[in-house]
Design a protein around this ligand. Structure first.
Ligand code: SR1
Ligand code: MG
Length: 419
Protein backbone atom coordinates (compact mmCIF):
# COMPACT_ATOMS: atom_id res chain seq x y z
CA UNK A 1 0.00 0.00 0.00
CA UNK A 2 1.19 3.54 -0.75
CA UNK A 3 0.91 5.14 2.65
CA UNK A 4 0.26 8.71 1.57
CA UNK A 5 3.78 10.19 1.99
CA UNK A 6 2.75 13.11 -0.23
CA UNK A 7 -0.76 13.22 1.21
CA UNK A 8 -2.40 16.59 1.39
CA UNK A 9 -5.93 17.20 2.57
CA UNK A 10 -8.16 18.68 -0.12
CA UNK A 11 -10.16 21.84 0.34
CA UNK A 12 -12.80 23.53 -1.77
CA UNK A 13 -10.18 25.79 -3.35
CA UNK A 14 -7.61 23.13 -4.28
CA UNK A 15 -9.88 20.30 -5.33
CA UNK A 16 -10.57 21.41 -8.94
CA UNK A 17 -6.89 21.85 -9.75
CA UNK A 18 -5.97 18.56 -8.09
CA UNK A 19 -8.69 16.41 -9.65
CA UNK A 20 -9.28 18.31 -12.89
CA UNK A 21 -6.83 16.05 -14.70
CA UNK A 22 -8.49 12.83 -13.56
CA UNK A 23 -10.42 11.62 -16.59
CA UNK A 24 -13.04 9.62 -14.68
CA UNK A 25 -13.95 12.65 -12.57
CA UNK A 26 -13.69 15.22 -15.39
CA UNK A 27 -15.94 13.19 -17.66
CA UNK A 28 -18.58 13.03 -14.91
CA UNK A 29 -18.33 16.70 -13.81
CA UNK A 30 -17.02 18.61 -16.82
CA UNK A 31 -13.73 18.95 -18.69
CA UNK A 32 -13.01 22.50 -17.54
CA UNK A 33 -12.19 22.22 -13.85
CA UNK A 34 -12.20 26.00 -13.44
CA UNK A 35 -15.98 25.83 -13.90
CA UNK A 36 -16.47 23.37 -11.03
CA UNK A 37 -18.06 24.43 -7.78
CA UNK A 38 -17.13 22.51 -4.65
CA UNK A 39 -18.87 22.21 -1.28
CA UNK A 40 -17.54 20.36 1.76
CA UNK A 41 -20.50 18.56 3.30
CA UNK A 42 -18.93 15.97 5.60
CA UNK A 43 -21.00 15.70 8.76
CA UNK A 44 -19.77 12.27 9.80
CA UNK A 45 -17.23 11.47 12.48
CA UNK A 46 -14.14 10.83 10.38
CA UNK A 47 -13.70 12.21 6.86
CA UNK A 48 -13.85 15.08 4.41
CA UNK A 49 -16.71 14.79 1.92
CA UNK A 50 -17.02 17.12 -1.07
CA UNK A 51 -19.80 17.55 -3.60
CA UNK A 52 -18.26 18.63 -6.89
CA UNK A 53 -20.56 20.15 -9.47
CA UNK A 54 -19.86 21.22 -13.05
CA UNK A 55 -21.52 21.63 -16.43
CA UNK A 56 -21.64 17.87 -17.07
CA UNK A 57 -22.85 16.69 -13.68
CA UNK A 58 -21.84 15.96 -10.10
CA UNK A 59 -19.54 13.65 -8.18
CA UNK A 60 -18.71 13.00 -4.55
CA UNK A 61 -15.12 13.03 -3.35
CA UNK A 62 -14.43 11.47 0.03
CA UNK A 63 -11.00 11.85 1.60
CA UNK A 64 -9.76 10.34 4.82
CA UNK A 65 -8.16 12.66 7.34
CA UNK A 66 -5.17 11.47 9.37
CA UNK A 67 -7.18 11.86 12.57
CA UNK A 68 -10.71 11.38 13.90
CA UNK A 69 -12.62 14.46 12.73
CA UNK A 70 -15.07 14.24 15.63
CA UNK A 71 -12.27 14.49 18.20
CA UNK A 72 -9.42 16.28 16.42
CA UNK A 73 -5.74 15.57 15.83
CA UNK A 74 -5.28 14.28 19.37
CA UNK A 75 -6.72 11.00 17.99
CA UNK A 76 -4.64 9.99 14.94
CA UNK A 77 -6.19 7.50 12.52
CA UNK A 78 -4.39 5.90 9.57
CA UNK A 79 -5.15 7.12 6.08
CA UNK A 80 -5.06 3.56 4.82
CA UNK A 81 -8.67 3.12 5.85
CA UNK A 82 -9.60 4.56 2.43
CA UNK A 83 -7.89 1.53 0.85
CA UNK A 84 -10.22 -0.80 2.79
CA UNK A 85 -13.25 1.31 2.01
CA UNK A 86 -12.44 1.12 -1.70
CA UNK A 87 -11.96 -2.65 -1.56
CA UNK A 88 -15.16 -3.06 0.44
CA UNK A 89 -17.12 -1.03 -2.13
CA UNK A 90 -15.78 -3.21 -4.93
CA UNK A 91 -16.77 -6.39 -3.09
CA UNK A 92 -20.23 -5.10 -2.14
CA UNK A 93 -20.88 -4.06 -5.76
CA UNK A 94 -20.03 -7.61 -6.87
CA UNK A 95 -21.86 -9.41 -4.07
CA UNK A 96 -24.96 -7.20 -4.00
CA UNK A 97 -25.13 -5.42 -7.37
CA UNK A 98 -26.87 -2.06 -7.48
CA UNK A 99 -26.67 -1.39 -3.75
CA UNK A 100 -23.62 0.90 -3.47
CA UNK A 101 -22.46 4.05 -5.31
CA UNK A 102 -20.34 3.56 -8.40
CA UNK A 103 -16.64 4.21 -7.76
CA UNK A 104 -15.19 6.61 -10.33
CA UNK A 105 -11.62 6.86 -9.09
CA UNK A 106 -9.45 5.78 -6.18
CA UNK A 107 -6.16 7.45 -5.16
CA UNK A 108 -4.50 5.42 -2.46
CA UNK A 109 -1.73 7.92 -1.68
CA UNK A 110 -4.25 10.73 -1.20
CA UNK A 111 -6.68 8.39 0.61
CA UNK A 112 -9.51 9.59 -1.60
CA UNK A 113 -12.36 7.97 -3.44
CA UNK A 114 -14.40 9.77 -6.10
CA UNK A 115 -17.82 8.28 -6.58
CA UNK A 116 -21.27 8.67 -8.01
CA UNK A 117 -23.33 11.50 -6.56
CA UNK A 118 -26.61 10.06 -5.32
CA UNK A 119 -29.52 12.36 -6.06
CA UNK A 120 -32.10 13.03 -4.67
CA UNK A 121 -30.97 10.66 -1.93
CA UNK A 122 -30.88 11.84 1.67
CA UNK A 123 -29.30 10.13 4.68
CA UNK A 124 -31.92 7.64 5.91
CA UNK A 125 -31.53 8.78 9.52
CA UNK A 126 -32.73 12.25 8.49
CA UNK A 127 -35.78 10.77 6.78
CA UNK A 128 -36.59 8.68 9.86
CA UNK A 129 -36.29 11.73 12.11
CA UNK A 130 -38.55 13.65 9.71
CA UNK A 131 -41.16 10.88 9.77
CA UNK A 132 -40.81 9.95 6.10
CA UNK A 133 -41.60 6.49 4.77
CA UNK A 134 -39.20 4.87 2.31
CA UNK A 135 -40.80 2.33 0.02
CA UNK A 136 -39.11 -1.06 -0.22
CA UNK A 137 -36.61 -0.27 2.56
CA UNK A 138 -36.90 -3.58 4.43
CA UNK A 139 -36.62 -5.89 1.41
CA UNK A 140 -33.72 -3.86 0.01
CA UNK A 141 -31.68 -3.85 3.21
CA UNK A 142 -32.56 -7.43 4.14
CA UNK A 143 -31.38 -8.60 0.72
CA UNK A 144 -28.20 -6.51 0.93
CA UNK A 145 -27.31 -8.03 4.30
CA UNK A 146 -28.10 -11.59 3.16
CA UNK A 147 -26.20 -11.30 -0.13
CA UNK A 148 -23.08 -9.76 1.39
CA UNK A 149 -23.17 -12.19 4.33
CA UNK A 150 -23.62 -15.28 2.16
CA UNK A 151 -21.45 -14.35 -0.83
CA UNK A 152 -18.59 -13.16 1.38
CA UNK A 153 -18.44 -16.45 3.23
CA UNK A 154 -17.14 -19.94 2.53
CA UNK A 155 -20.71 -20.98 1.89
CA UNK A 156 -20.10 -19.34 -1.49
CA UNK A 157 -16.46 -18.30 -1.96
CA UNK A 158 -13.57 -20.57 -2.85
CA UNK A 159 -11.58 -21.05 0.34
CA UNK A 160 -8.34 -19.69 -1.12
CA UNK A 161 -10.08 -16.48 -2.20
CA UNK A 162 -11.84 -16.08 1.13
CA UNK A 163 -8.65 -16.63 3.09
CA UNK A 164 -6.74 -14.15 0.91
CA UNK A 165 -9.47 -11.60 1.54
CA UNK A 166 -9.43 -12.22 5.29
CA UNK A 167 -5.66 -11.67 5.20
CA UNK A 168 -6.06 -8.46 3.19
CA UNK A 169 -8.64 -6.97 5.56
CA UNK A 170 -6.68 -8.10 8.63
CA UNK A 171 -4.32 -5.20 7.89
CA UNK A 172 -7.10 -2.81 8.90
CA UNK A 173 -6.32 -2.64 12.60
CA UNK A 174 -7.23 0.75 14.00
CA UNK A 175 -10.73 0.95 12.53
CA UNK A 176 -12.06 -2.27 14.07
CA UNK A 177 -10.29 -1.17 17.27
CA UNK A 178 -12.72 1.76 17.38
CA UNK A 179 -15.66 -0.62 17.22
CA UNK A 180 -14.06 -2.99 19.71
CA UNK A 181 -13.80 -0.19 22.28
CA UNK A 182 -16.67 2.18 21.49
CA UNK A 183 -19.29 -0.46 20.75
CA UNK A 184 -18.48 -3.51 22.82
CA UNK A 185 -16.63 -2.23 25.88
CA UNK A 186 -16.94 1.48 26.68
CA UNK A 187 -20.72 1.50 27.29
CA UNK A 188 -20.25 -0.88 30.21
CA UNK A 189 -17.85 1.19 32.32
CA UNK A 190 -16.97 4.80 32.91
CA UNK A 191 -14.67 5.14 29.88
CA UNK A 192 -12.96 8.45 29.27
CA UNK A 193 -14.82 9.57 26.14
CA UNK A 194 -18.27 8.42 27.27
CA UNK A 195 -21.19 10.74 27.81
CA UNK A 196 -24.87 10.27 28.46
CA UNK A 197 -27.98 12.37 28.91
CA UNK A 198 -28.47 13.90 32.34
CA UNK A 199 -31.09 11.93 34.20
CA UNK A 200 -30.00 8.53 32.91
CA UNK A 201 -27.63 7.83 35.83
CA UNK A 202 -29.84 5.22 37.56
CA UNK A 203 -30.21 3.23 34.32
CA UNK A 204 -26.52 3.53 33.50
CA UNK A 205 -25.58 2.33 37.00
CA UNK A 206 -27.95 -0.63 36.64
CA UNK A 207 -26.46 -1.68 33.30
CA UNK A 208 -22.87 -1.31 34.49
CA UNK A 209 -23.63 -3.40 37.58
CA UNK A 210 -25.05 -6.21 35.46
CA UNK A 211 -22.25 -8.76 35.25
CA UNK A 212 -24.23 -11.13 33.01
CA UNK A 213 -24.69 -8.27 30.54
CA UNK A 214 -20.97 -7.46 30.52
CA UNK A 215 -20.04 -11.11 30.10
CA UNK A 216 -22.33 -11.43 27.09
CA UNK A 217 -21.09 -8.17 25.55
CA UNK A 218 -17.50 -9.37 25.89
CA UNK A 219 -18.45 -12.76 24.47
CA UNK A 220 -19.78 -10.87 21.43
CA UNK A 221 -16.56 -8.86 21.22
CA UNK A 222 -14.65 -12.14 21.21
CA UNK A 223 -16.80 -13.36 18.31
CA UNK A 224 -16.48 -10.04 16.48
CA UNK A 225 -12.69 -10.11 16.75
CA UNK A 226 -12.13 -13.77 15.96
CA UNK A 227 -14.98 -15.04 13.79
CA UNK A 228 -14.14 -14.14 10.19
CA UNK A 229 -17.27 -15.64 8.60
CA UNK A 230 -17.88 -12.92 6.04
CA UNK A 231 -17.01 -9.36 5.05
CA UNK A 232 -19.31 -7.17 7.12
CA UNK A 233 -20.00 -3.54 6.22
CA UNK A 234 -19.06 -2.94 9.83
CA UNK A 235 -20.99 0.31 10.40
CA UNK A 236 -24.45 -0.31 8.95
CA UNK A 237 -26.44 2.34 10.78
CA UNK A 238 -29.06 4.64 9.25
CA UNK A 239 -26.36 7.25 8.57
CA UNK A 240 -24.70 4.74 6.21
CA UNK A 241 -27.82 4.45 4.06
CA UNK A 242 -29.05 7.05 1.57
CA UNK A 243 -32.64 6.95 0.39
CA UNK A 244 -35.12 8.67 -1.86
CA UNK A 245 -38.74 7.90 -0.98
CA UNK A 246 -38.58 4.82 -3.21
CA UNK A 247 -34.96 3.73 -3.46
CA UNK A 248 -31.92 3.26 -1.23
CA UNK A 249 -28.15 2.72 -1.39
CA UNK A 250 -25.53 1.74 1.15
CA UNK A 251 -22.50 3.99 1.65
CA UNK A 252 -19.43 4.32 3.85
CA UNK A 253 -17.99 0.81 4.35
CA UNK A 254 -14.70 2.00 5.82
CA UNK A 255 -15.34 -0.15 8.90
CA UNK A 256 -15.49 -3.27 6.72
CA UNK A 257 -13.86 -6.34 8.16
CA UNK A 258 -14.32 -10.08 8.11
CA UNK A 259 -16.57 -10.85 11.06
CA UNK A 260 -19.77 -12.65 12.07
CA UNK A 261 -22.56 -12.97 9.48
CA UNK A 262 -25.08 -11.53 11.95
CA UNK A 263 -23.15 -8.34 12.67
CA UNK A 264 -24.58 -6.00 10.01
CA UNK A 265 -28.20 -7.06 10.30
CA UNK A 266 -28.01 -6.74 14.09
CA UNK A 267 -26.54 -3.23 13.94
CA UNK A 268 -29.08 -2.19 11.32
CA UNK A 269 -32.06 -3.36 13.38
CA UNK A 270 -30.67 -1.53 16.41
CA UNK A 271 -30.76 1.67 14.39
CA UNK A 272 -34.35 1.03 13.33
CA UNK A 273 -35.22 0.47 17.00
CA UNK A 274 -33.52 3.70 18.05
CA UNK A 275 -35.51 5.52 15.36
CA UNK A 276 -38.63 3.84 16.81
CA UNK A 277 -37.99 4.77 20.46
CA UNK A 278 -36.96 8.35 19.63
CA UNK A 279 -40.13 9.20 17.65
CA UNK A 280 -42.09 10.81 20.54
CA UNK A 281 -39.28 13.41 20.60
CA UNK A 282 -39.93 14.31 16.97
CA UNK A 283 -43.69 14.35 16.39
CA UNK A 284 -47.15 14.30 17.92
CA UNK A 285 -49.19 13.67 14.81
CA UNK A 286 -48.82 10.36 12.99
CA UNK A 287 -46.77 9.07 15.94
CA UNK A 288 -48.36 5.66 16.48
CA UNK A 289 -48.72 4.89 12.78
CA UNK A 290 -45.16 5.96 12.05
CA UNK A 291 -43.72 3.88 14.87
CA UNK A 292 -45.71 0.90 13.58
CA UNK A 293 -44.29 1.54 10.11
CA UNK A 294 -40.76 1.28 11.53
CA UNK A 295 -41.65 -2.04 13.17
CA UNK A 296 -43.02 -3.27 9.84
CA UNK A 297 -39.70 -2.35 8.25
CA UNK A 298 -37.90 -4.42 10.89
CA UNK A 299 -40.09 -7.44 10.17
CA UNK A 300 -39.70 -6.99 6.41
CA UNK A 301 -35.92 -6.63 6.71
CA UNK A 302 -35.63 -9.82 8.73
CA UNK A 303 -38.02 -11.73 6.45
CA UNK A 304 -36.16 -10.59 3.32
CA UNK A 305 -32.86 -11.54 4.93
CA UNK A 306 -34.04 -15.06 5.74
CA UNK A 307 -35.71 -15.60 2.37
CA UNK A 308 -32.69 -14.40 0.40
CA UNK A 309 -30.24 -16.36 2.56
CA UNK A 310 -32.29 -19.53 2.02
CA UNK A 311 -32.49 -18.84 -1.72
CA UNK A 312 -28.72 -18.44 -1.92
CA UNK A 313 -28.27 -21.57 0.20
CA UNK A 314 -30.32 -23.53 -2.32
CA UNK A 315 -28.82 -22.03 -5.47
CA UNK A 316 -25.29 -20.72 -4.77
CA UNK A 317 -23.79 -23.02 -2.13
CA UNK A 318 -20.52 -23.43 -4.00
CA UNK A 319 -17.99 -23.06 -1.17
CA UNK A 320 -16.49 -25.69 1.12
CA UNK A 321 -19.16 -25.35 3.80
CA UNK A 322 -22.11 -27.77 3.87
CA UNK A 323 -21.25 -29.07 0.38
CA UNK A 324 -23.94 -30.56 -1.81
CA UNK A 325 -21.77 -33.71 -1.89
CA UNK A 326 -22.74 -34.29 1.75
CA UNK A 327 -26.42 -33.42 1.39
CA UNK A 328 -28.32 -33.10 -1.89
CA UNK A 329 -26.07 -35.59 -3.72
CA UNK A 330 -26.93 -38.15 -1.04
CA UNK A 331 -30.60 -37.29 -1.16
CA UNK A 332 -30.21 -35.69 2.26
CA UNK A 333 -32.11 -32.49 2.98
CA UNK A 334 -29.75 -29.61 3.85
CA UNK A 335 -32.57 -27.39 5.15
CA UNK A 336 -31.96 -28.32 8.81
CA UNK A 337 -28.33 -27.24 8.38
CA UNK A 338 -29.48 -23.90 6.93
CA UNK A 339 -31.91 -23.54 9.85
CA UNK A 340 -29.02 -24.09 12.28
CA UNK A 341 -26.74 -21.58 10.52
CA UNK A 342 -29.51 -18.98 10.52
CA UNK A 343 -30.39 -19.65 14.14
CA UNK A 344 -26.81 -19.00 15.24
CA UNK A 345 -26.54 -15.97 12.96
CA UNK A 346 -29.65 -14.42 14.55
CA UNK A 347 -28.35 -15.12 18.06
CA UNK A 348 -25.31 -13.01 17.17
CA UNK A 349 -27.52 -10.41 15.48
CA UNK A 350 -29.84 -9.86 18.46
CA UNK A 351 -26.91 -9.53 20.86
CA UNK A 352 -25.14 -7.05 18.56
CA UNK A 353 -28.44 -5.20 18.22
CA UNK A 354 -28.73 -4.69 21.97
CA UNK A 355 -25.09 -3.65 22.30
CA UNK A 356 -25.44 -1.07 19.49
CA UNK A 357 -28.53 0.33 21.26
CA UNK A 358 -26.35 0.84 24.32
CA UNK A 359 -23.32 2.35 22.68
CA UNK A 360 -25.21 5.08 20.81
CA UNK A 361 -26.53 6.42 24.13
CA UNK A 362 -23.59 5.73 26.44
CA UNK A 363 -20.26 5.91 24.66
CA UNK A 364 -18.74 8.39 22.14
CA UNK A 365 -20.60 9.11 18.85
CA UNK A 366 -24.28 9.26 19.73
CA UNK A 367 -26.91 9.40 17.02
CA UNK A 368 -29.09 12.29 15.92
CA UNK A 369 -32.29 10.30 16.56
CA UNK A 370 -31.89 10.98 20.27
CA UNK A 371 -29.35 13.84 20.26
CA UNK A 372 -31.62 16.25 18.40
CA UNK A 373 -34.32 15.96 21.08
CA UNK A 374 -33.76 19.17 23.00
CA UNK A 375 -36.10 18.37 25.90
CA UNK A 376 -33.58 16.50 28.09
CA UNK A 377 -36.03 14.78 30.47
CA UNK A 378 -37.99 13.52 27.47
CA UNK A 379 -34.80 12.39 25.74
CA UNK A 380 -33.66 10.58 28.88
CA UNK A 381 -36.98 8.76 29.24
CA UNK A 382 -36.88 7.60 25.59
CA UNK A 383 -33.24 6.56 25.82
CA UNK A 384 -34.07 4.63 29.01
CA UNK A 385 -36.59 2.50 27.10
CA UNK A 386 -34.00 1.89 24.41
CA UNK A 387 -31.28 0.99 26.94
CA UNK A 388 -33.49 -1.37 28.93
CA UNK A 389 -34.66 -3.19 25.82
CA UNK A 390 -31.05 -3.39 24.64
CA UNK A 391 -30.12 -5.21 27.85
CA UNK A 392 -32.90 -7.73 27.37
CA UNK A 393 -31.85 -8.33 23.75
CA UNK A 394 -28.23 -8.95 24.71
CA UNK A 395 -29.04 -11.36 27.52
CA UNK A 396 -31.95 -13.16 25.84
CA UNK A 397 -30.41 -13.23 22.36
CA UNK A 398 -30.13 -17.03 22.26
CA UNK A 399 -33.80 -17.56 23.08
CA UNK A 400 -35.63 -14.96 21.01
CA UNK A 401 -38.37 -16.11 18.67
CA UNK A 402 -37.50 -13.81 15.75
CA UNK A 403 -38.22 -10.30 14.52
CA UNK A 404 -41.96 -10.43 15.22
CA UNK A 405 -41.24 -11.20 18.87
CA UNK A 406 -38.62 -8.44 19.01
CA UNK A 407 -41.14 -5.94 17.62
CA UNK A 408 -43.65 -7.07 20.26
CA UNK A 409 -40.96 -6.51 22.88
CA UNK A 410 -40.33 -2.99 21.50
CA UNK A 411 -44.05 -2.14 21.80
CA UNK A 412 -43.90 -3.20 25.45
CA UNK A 413 -40.83 -1.10 26.25
CA UNK A 414 -42.33 1.85 24.40
CA UNK A 415 -45.18 1.92 26.96
CA UNK A 416 -42.97 1.86 30.05
CA UNK A 417 -41.45 4.55 32.22
CA UNK A 418 -38.07 3.62 33.70
CA UNK A 419 -37.06 6.90 35.35
C1 SR1 B 1 -14.55 7.78 16.39
S1 SR1 B 1 -15.57 7.14 15.19
C2 SR1 B 1 -17.10 6.97 15.96
C3 SR1 B 1 -18.11 6.27 15.16
O1 SR1 B 1 -18.25 6.89 13.89
C4 SR1 B 1 -18.37 5.92 12.88
O2 SR1 B 1 -19.42 6.22 12.01
C5 SR1 B 1 -18.59 4.61 13.59
O3 SR1 B 1 -19.94 4.38 13.87
C6 SR1 B 1 -17.81 4.83 14.83
O4 SR1 B 1 -18.15 3.93 15.86
MG1 MG C 1 -19.39 6.30 8.53
Amino acid sequence: MGLGQDYEALDVETLPARLGGVGAVASRVGADASSWTVREVGDGNLNLVFIVEGPAGKAVVKQALPYVRLVGDSWPLPLYRAFYEYHALVRQAARAPGTVPEVLYFDERQALIAMEYLEPHVILRKRLIAGERVEGLGPFLGCFCARTAFRGSELYMASADKKADVALFAGNVEIPAITEALVFTDPYYDAEMNNHTAGLDPIVAKLRADVALKVKAQRMLQRFASNTETMAHGDLHSGSIMSTLTESRIIDPEFAQYGPMGFDIGMLIANYLMAYFSQPGHRDSDLDAYQEWILTVIEETAAAFDAEFRRLWATERTGMLYPKALFEDQNHDSAPACDAVLAELWQDAWAVCGIEMHRRCLSLAHNADFETIEDEPLRASLEARNLMMGAELVKAADDLAGAKAVCGMARGYNERDFL
